[in-house]
Design a protein around this ligand. Structure first.
Ligand SMILES: NC(=O)c1ccc[n+]([C@@H]2O[C@H](COP(=O)([O-])OP(=O)(O)OC[C@H]3O[C@@H](n4cnc5c(N)ncnc54)[C@H](O)[C@@H]3O)[C@@H](O)[C@H]2O)c1
Ligand SMILES: [Zn+2]
Length: 351
C-alpha cells in the first residue's frame, strides 16, 4: 500500500492499495469519529461494491445507509444533489458523521458538493472506483454538479478527510472508461513528469500502484501550491480548452478523455508549428495517445473550436490562457489573444 499526504486547506491522506475496500471501515474510523455513515454511490458501482463497503463500515461500528442513483453524467444535476441532501437529513447525519462517496468522478463531484453544503460541511470520504477518479477527480477538492446551461457550473472547493483508492476495482471497469482515465495520466506525464511518461510506454496494469501514486503526487503537488486555481493549477488544463470545445460540439458523444487526447495532440502540434516545442515532443504525444487507443483527430472544424474556446470558463477578459508543452515533462502557461488562439488552433488542426 502507498500513502500520499495532502497539505491543502485540510491535511489528509490518499491511500492506494489492492483490497482497500474491505478495510474501508477501519481506515475511515481512524480519521472520522462520527456514529453514522451515508454511502452515496451509483447503481452499477453499488451492485459491485456497495455491500463490501457497507459491511466494512458496520464492522467498524458505524450505523449505515446507502443512497443509490442511476449511473451516468445525466444524474450529476441539482435534482440528484437535492435527493442526497434529503437522504442525509433522513439518516439524521450530524456534522461529525460521514458521507462516503463510492464510485467515479460523477459520484465524487456530486457527493462532495452535498457534503460541503449540508450543515455547512460534514465529514467526507472518497472511494474512487474509476481510473479517472483515482488519478484526477478525487484529488484536489473540486466538487460540482451540472446545470442545463453547462457542466460543473455549481460547486465549491471542499477537501475530503481521506481518499481510499482500491485499484482492484479497476478490473470491473469497462474499457472505454479506463481509456478515458488514461488520457489524464498521459496529460500528467506531459506537463510534469518525463519519468511517468516513459513508464507509460510499458503496460500499465502491472504497475498500477506506482502509476496511481505518481499521478496523485503530481496533481496534489500542484493543488498544494494553488488550491483555488488562480495560477499554476491551470497547467492541469493541458489539452482541456480544445478538449472542452470538442466535447461540447459533439453534444458530449465524444467523452472527456477522448476529447482531451485530441486537445493534447492539437495543442502540441500548434506549439511545434509556432516553434514553441520540437516536432519530437509532438510526435511522442501522438504516439502515446495512439498506444492507449485514444483518438488523435476530429471532424469538428477549427472554426467551431475557436467559437467554443471563446466561451471557455478559463477565459479572462480578452485573453485566454493555454497550456503549451515545451518538452515532455515541462509545460508553460501562455496568454493568447482570441486572434492568436484562432491561429494556434488552425495550425494545430492542419495536416
Ligand atoms: N473534481 C475534479 O477535479 C474532476 C476532474 C476530472 C473530472 N471530473 C468529473 O468526473 C466525471 C467523470 O468521471 P468518471 O469518468 O469516473 O465517470 P463516472 O463516475 O460516470 O463513471 C463512469 C462509469 O463507470 C461505472 N463504474 C465506476 N466504477 C466502476 C467499476 N469499478 N467497475 C465497473 N463500473 C464502474 C459508473 O457506474 C459509470 O457508469 C465528470 O463529471 C467530470 O466532470 C471532476
Ligand atoms: Zn480532465
Amino acid at each position: 500500500m502507498r500513502s500520499v499526504t495532502i497539505n491543502a486547506s485540510k491535511t489528509y491522506d490518499i491511500l492506494i492499495g489492492d483490497g482497500l475496500l474491505s478495510q474501508a471501515g477501519e481506515k475511515i474510523a481512524a480519521v472520522c469519529k462520527g456514529e453514522s455513515a451515508l454511502i452515496v454511490t451509483d447503481d452499477a458501482v453499488n451492485a459491485l461494491y456497495g455491500s463490501a463497503v457497507e459491511q466494512s463500515l458496520q464492522k467498524a461500528g458505524y450505523k449505515t445507509d446507502r443512497f443509490v442513483f442511476q449511473n451516468g453524467e445525466q444524474s450529476k444535476n441539482l435534482e440528484t444533489y437535492t435527493s442526497i441532501l434529503s437522504a442525509l437529513a433522513k439518516t439524521n447525519i450530524s456534522r461529525s458523521d460521514v458521507l462516503v462517496a463510492l464510485g467515479g468522478g460523477v459520484t465524487g463531484d456530486m457527493a462532495g458538493f452535498a457534503a460541503a453544503t449540508y450543515l455547512r460541511g460534514i465529514r467526507f470520504v472518497q472511494i474512487p472506483t474509476t481510473l479517472l477518479a483515482m488519478v484526477d477527480s478525487s484529488v484536489g477538492g473540486k466538487t460540482a454538479v451540472d446545470l442545463p446551461s453547462g457542466k460543473n457550473q455549481v460547486g465549491v472547493f471542499y477537501q475530503p478527510d481521506i481518499v481510499l483508492c482500491d485499484y482492484s476495482t479497476l478490473k470491473t471497469l469497462p474499457e472505454e472508461f479506463f481509456t478515458d482515465g488514461c488520457a489524464e495520466v498521459i496529460k500528467h506525464g506531459v506537463i510534469l513528469s518525463a519519468e511517468l511518461f516513459d513508464l507509460l510506454k510499458k503496460p500499465i496494469l502491472p504497475q498500477m500502484e506506482d502509476i496511481i501514486a505518481r499521478n496523485v503526487t503530481i496533481k496534489s503537488d500542484i493543488v498544494m501550491q494553488d488550491e483555488r486555481e488562480t495560477g499554476i493549477r491551470q497547467i492541469l488544463n493541458f489539452g482541456h480548452t480544445i478538449g472542452h470545445g470538442i466535447e461540447k460540439h459533439s453534444n458530449y458523444r465524444i467523452s472527456h478523455g477522448k476529447a482531451v487526447a485530441i486537445g493534447m495532440v492539437v495543442a502540441s502540434r500548434g506549439a511545434w508549428r509556432m516553434g514553441l516545442c520540437s516536432e519530437d515532443c509532438h510526435t511522442e504525444i501522438v504516439d502515446m495517445v495512439k498506444q492507449y487507443r485514444l483518438p488523435d483527430k476530429t471532424d469538428i472544424t477549427p472554426e467551431q473550436l475557436i467559437s467554443a474556446a471563446f466561451f471557455d470558463k478559463k477565459r479572462s477578459g480578452k485573453n485566454i490562457s493555454l497550456i503549451i508543452p515545451e518538452k515532455i515533462g515541462k509545460c508553460v502557461i501562455k496568454s493568447f489573444s482570441m486572434d492568436e488562439l484562432a491561429a494556434f488552433i488552425k495550425m494545430g488542426m492542419s495536416k
